[in-house]
Design a protein around this ligand. Structure first.
Ligand code: PAF
Length: 285
């Protein structure tokens, strides 16, 4: 099977109008391309719940806070289309920036408070770009359900709130983080790691697990839990911690005491590559 590649908004609108007239439900997986097994998990989940599956591939310029990161982001459209075809995706929507942001583009979507901490603190404007492009893509595709990975937990929380606040008629479905056998969360950025960096990259997940074990064994002090993770990260000189926080999973704000479920979220730099990961954990009953 081949996936149909569409590049313009009128084309995808008219194709999806036909699909909806025939009574099919539409599942949507928004991506920035460089597809890998974690995107495969989103697509498979979409197939479990939809009659027709659309994947978008768009490296969204408005969510990059550093030009060089945008320039270096991998662009592999032919391989992405093949990847989608192998998973029976019906449509790959791959607009260019002019198609998505006709000049002058004056409207931005800001989900305040949820965007302030964690990645929001270190990547100014990032989540405004994400919320804006996701709102636009949802308006273009008008899917029944849209699928997002839990690796980007803050993005997921922001998209959910945006959809609720703006009354967008779509179900947002979270999909569990897909990991390499050594625990490293799959990400398009992993391909930037050289062999030495790749070897130490799983330390991030090991650190989060060490912190999660403290929570599971009854630690209530965020500082104690944080120290357990920092001790693991500190064992590798090449890792620079950008943030490591213990937050409320809905509000994405640091907790003062652990007395319910928390998300432990971190961003680290290994060389020139920034990696993020998180785990949801529960204190003992
Ligand atoms: O997670 C991503 O790949 C992007 O942030 C998204 C949701 C496709 C928006 O550009």
């Amino acid at each position: 099977m081949s996936a149909e590649l569409l590049r313009t908004i009128p084309e995808i609108r008219s194709r999806l109008a036909e699909v909806r007239r025939s009574g099919c439900t539409v599942g949507f997986v928004p991506t920035m391309g460089a597809l890998h097994a974690a995107h495969g998990a989103l697509i498979r989940r979409a197939w479990e719940e939809s009659d027709f599956v659309v994947v978008s591939v768009f490296v969204n310029p408005t969510q990059f806070d550093r030009g060089e990161d945008f320039d270096r982001y991998p662009r592999t459209l032919p391989a992405d289309v093949e990847f989608c075809a192998a998973l029976d995706v019906d449509i790959v929507f791959a607009p260019d920036a002019k198609e998505m942001y006709a000049e002058p583009h004056l409207t931005l979507v800001e989900v305040s408070s949820l965007s302030e901490r964690l990645c929001g603190e270190f990547r100014p404007g990032h989540f405004r770009g994400v919320a804006t492009v996701v709102a636009k893509l949802l308006n273009i595709v008008q899917p029944d359900s849209a699928y997002f990975g839990e690796k980007d937990a803050q993005q997921l929380a922001i998209v959910r709130k945006m959809v609720t606040d703006l009354n967008v008629p779509v179900t947002i479905v979270p999909v569990a983080t897909v990991r390499e056998p050594d625990g490293l969360a799959m990400s398009s950025r992993n391909r930037r790691l050289d062999a030495g960096e790749r070897r130490i990259a799983p330390t991030l997940y090991r650190a989060l697990q060490a912190a999660a074990r403290r929570v599971a064994s009854g630690a209530t002090s965020p500082e104690e839990v944080r120290s357990a993770a920092m001790a693991v990260l500190g064992s590798e000189d090449a890792i620079r911690v950008e943030y490591l926080e213990i937050v409320n999973p809905e509000r994405m704000q640091p907790v003062e005491r652990i007395d319910g479920p928390v998300r432990i979220a971190a961003a680290v730099w290994i060389g020139a590559t920034r990696l993020i990961d998180n785990v949801l954990c529960q204190p003992p009953a």
